[in-house]
Design a protein around this ligand. Sequence first.
Ligand code: ADP
Ligand code: ZN
Ligand code: ZN
Length: 735
Amino acid sequence: MKIARVAVDVPLNTYFDYSAEHLGSDDVGRRALVPFGRKLVVGVIIGIADQPENSSYTLKPIKEILRDTPRLPKEILKLAHFCSGYYHHPLGQVLAMILPQRLRRTKAARALAEPCYALTDTGRALSLDDLPQRAAVKRKLLAALQAQATLARSALLQLSPSAGSALRAMQQAGWLRESAMPLSATRSSTSLPGQAAAPELNADQQTAVDAILGAPPGFTPWLLHGVTGSGKTEVYLQVIAQTLARGGQALVLVPEINLTPQLEARFQARFPDASIVSLHSNLNDSERLKHWLLAQGTSSQGAAQIVLGTRLAVFTPCANLQLIIVDEEHDSSFKQQDGMRYSARDVAVFRAKDANVPIILGSATPALETYHNALHGRYRLLELKGRAVRDAAPPTVRYLDLRREKLLEGFSAPLITAIKQRMQRGEQSLLFINRRGFAPVLLCGECGWLSGCPRCTSRLVVHLKEQRLRCHHCGHEERIPRHCPSCGNLDLAPVGQGTQRLEAALQKLFPEARILRVDRDSTRRKNALSEMLEKVHAQEIDILVGTQMLAKGHDFPKLTLVGVLNADGGLYSADFRASEHLFAQLLQVAGRAGRAADSGEVLVQTAFPDHPLFAALQHGDYAQFAQTALTEREQAGLPPFSFQAMLRAEAATLDSALRFLRSAASLAPEAKNIQVYDPVPALMARLAGNERAQLLVEARSRGALQKFLGAWMEALQAHKTRNVRWALDVDPIDT
Ligand code: ADP
Ligand code: ZN
Ligand code: ZN
């Protein structure tokens, strides 16, 4: 009898011992069905022992070891251990997060991705005429499998009510075999643009590629810094080409699902023979499982060569990982904001180091933490200075002083003139505002009532078309009131600008213009965004109005004007990272202007045209901005010059949240060089009906912080808390 140590998906930072017969050392990393309390749960075997840890009670036996999928490889278990330690999150929960949903379920534990069928050599030798006419079902199945090498059982069953028995007969006849899933989801489902040849690299790109490929094998972290359009993706592609040529596998992380189909198509066009799988939250459970398994390959099938995914994909077991790329590494969506609050970028760096492979972090506006690492030699900096396409000059940036300009429907006169010019020249304009809806708030001019969310410390946004007020934080919505709920006044006015209001204003100002609004509301429908982008490309659009959704990744050759309507919110914010985000966002939208032969113009409406951030933006100078910002951070002792953790608490009343944090603070171990701040209400103190407070801890070194947190969390876990939910956020990005 052996003992299996099993990590179970419960909020307890420990494992559980079970007895098991027939337990082999290769069962470490496998899922196991174990009794837990009164239930059966799926856990992961993390170790095998001869003696139980605690011999005072009799061990329950493992119910079943699930050997239907490959076990989690050693390096993934190590990654899970690392995350559990670093983010102070229970190992069982980390492992549960890593496993695809399907593999976490007890019922469907064996219900793997559904079986697929392919023709055997005998089957392939058959032609339709070899089957008699009356064998209609078999003929149908044969034709389908001839057309597509591998098909899922469910797809085949749809062909006829008696497909099931026909399949069985064909299998018995030796025509068919059960097969692993078809390799690439991309190749069968989307039309390909055909092979795309690699362009000749420019000097900066060549230097970057040479440096990466010429480095000694093993772990090197690279920061590839270059504005959008400077050809970073081209650099990735050439490095990946070499990885594939050596039989290696590349893991590519991107911040947004929206960007994956585009990138996937571009990768597939460059590597038509490579198998590429994507992993993101738009996949259903069985697709996700299938792709997840393909990343590591199965006994009957080689592994996918390129794994392209969002945040969670950083944990994907890979058969032969040789390269990691994190595109747009600064993007805040790499940080998980609930459960285990990990940074996929940071985890990727750890993984690359552990796997001893190179990692490329790419960005036009690196996170200041990353840039700081590059300046201090911890990462190696590669710069792409200009845009890749030679004749595309950088856009000129001008500021329109809101203190002087008179506004018409939110637009200054020079901006209106500029749009008019573009219309006359048959070019496109993009107007950027970071707020969807019609107006950010409804105001009663009589008594000063503002539409507030009953559940959050936030305003209800006016959505005029739908006649609704909506909270963008908790989803609460209600009808637009006819009169003021407070004084009865009938004259309620939307205040401020949102995308819908701009769209309406533009329609008034330019009745002949073809206007398209792109925000989360207008792109809810599946494929809506890609259809819209098509329209822009086909030049069926004159003016685009949109949020940061438009700022990323899309390339519009005819777009020569970008207008930024309201940027000032990020200049003087309570959040010390706000200016970093604002700069990144503005540089990115500015990059939309004039990406092809026509040079572009960016007009920014602001009441603070002299702000240093704008000077750096004008020169497209990230380094200048970063130097200033890093100096400020250093003076203030903020990250990356200090290391932070935030204890967040949520309760029915602010008072109990604060009380919990105060008692948590009193449990904090004595530690030098650790600053434990006073508990304060969160910036958004109320969210979805919960009151939220937070407690900041700051240290001069990561090691000191980790040591402190380890002891503190142990004390806190032992401490009874009632009616408060709390979570630790290590390296928080919103403070
Ligand atoms: P980034 O990833 O930095 O935004 P891309 O790699 O997507 O930049 O390049 C921007 C555009 O320039 C793409 O259309 C790409 O095909 C093109 N491009 C990139 N490198 C070259 C090159 N060396 N020669 C010609 N065109 C290039
Ligand atoms: Zn009123
Ligand atoms: Zn709300």
